[in-house]
Design a protein around this ligand. Sequence first.
Ligand code: ZN
Length: 504
Amino acid sequence: MSLYRKYRPQKFEDVMDQGHVIQTLQGAIESKQIGHAYIFAGTRGTGKTSIARIFAKAVNCLSLKNNEPCGECSICKEIAEGRFLDLIEIDAASNRGIDEIRDLKEKIRFAPNIGKYKVYIIDEAHMLTDQAFNALLKTLEEPPAHAIFILATTEIHKIPITIFSRCQRLDFHKVKSQKMLEGIKKIIEKEGIKIDDKSLKKIVSISEGSVRDALSYLDQISAFANGEEIKFELIEDILGCSKEEKLVEFLNILAAKDIKQTISFINDFIEAGYDLENFIKDLIKFIRKILMAKIGNSSEEFFEDDKTLNLASNFSFEELLFLAELLNNVLKNNKFSFLPQLMLEIELIKFVNNLNLPKENKNENQSFSGKIVSEIKNVLKPSNIVKEKKEEANNEEKNEKTSEGKSSGWDGFLEKLKNQKIVLYMALQGCDFADEGETVNLNIYNGFYFNRLSEKTNRDFVEGVFKESFGDQKKLNIIKAEKKEDRRDLIKDALSVFGGELVE
Ligand SMILES: [Zn+2]
């Protein structure tokens, strides 16, 4: 028998974590105000079905003690053995879901066979069909006094509001690492499994709050070790690299101020099938964990490895806060960006640049932005033509500085664009700039960027900034230019750094 089944909690006190849920349920039993319908919501392996069964025992137990089922009476035993007639478990994910709900509708009127309550546990409730939900709804509208429904789901948002509004919702959170570690240590002692703390922590960490996953890993690994002591190397071989290790690796690259590596790491990560948004979210959570450790408040979570704590000393508290805030902003603005990955990359380049600055200059925009511009240019490898034009423009520009010291001309134009809308600034990288007197031609070779720049809001914006820099006399002409092979290679180079693609 698997460890997960063997050590399935039989009493509320055996459940790892979820104290808030248990308190609510025991409170209901104590005050004799048991609800007729509950929704247990939370990720897999957090104890939803286990607690539902314990609750079914508690409401039917013949000698309840301190709101805890006795575990000894005939009903407790029958439930533990899965043969209690008044506990009906329905797997909504199976094809029989709809039939079972129909069946339920007919039989629910009958009084319980033995117990006080008939308890229906509907697992994966979000998988019910519309028909099944409708049938269920009828029952929930007028539930008989002897019925209790427990809808367990990992996807609460898929439960129709009509059902939702008739249930009491209880949220299961991921099991905290420390609690899981304590719980698993008890199991290991009983089983006589020989495993060290470091290995155990790795198993807990990789399970991400799911007891089921942790015990299933432990099962596989102990079967593999076949009675021998489980070595950390074996864990590493079987479980591979954890997410935390990946995040540590990434933060180390940032700490090393290596822009190229930073960008290529993100590319590799995404190419490996990792979702950008999840990556950012995980990174934010992980930074929070490091921040907590830094202020000495890490009682609930722990790191897989002491190396992570060393990592924390690579960044100042302010730097970590800054990084978390920056990532949060990328997350917020992501849906408005036409290249979300680029947004992340730009922000991280800024961050790395900021790390490079001497302390007194940190976060000061003036010196800061200058560095960003040159760094972005290096990464993007702008074409020679743009460089030349920029040099020309530079020379002219020296005489064109306004009294406020703001630069005008091509450089001023780019500078303003970069400060106001960096994505548009990036889109102009690799383009040709030709001053024809009355008009300035912008030859865009990249079809994707050209289309973006042709959209009215973007175009208006660029023209507005252009006017500020060149005055009313000159007209901006954005041209979709013919592709030149050499130029395309340059753009391709630039894009490959950012993982972009040329649009034909
Ligand atoms: Zn009992």
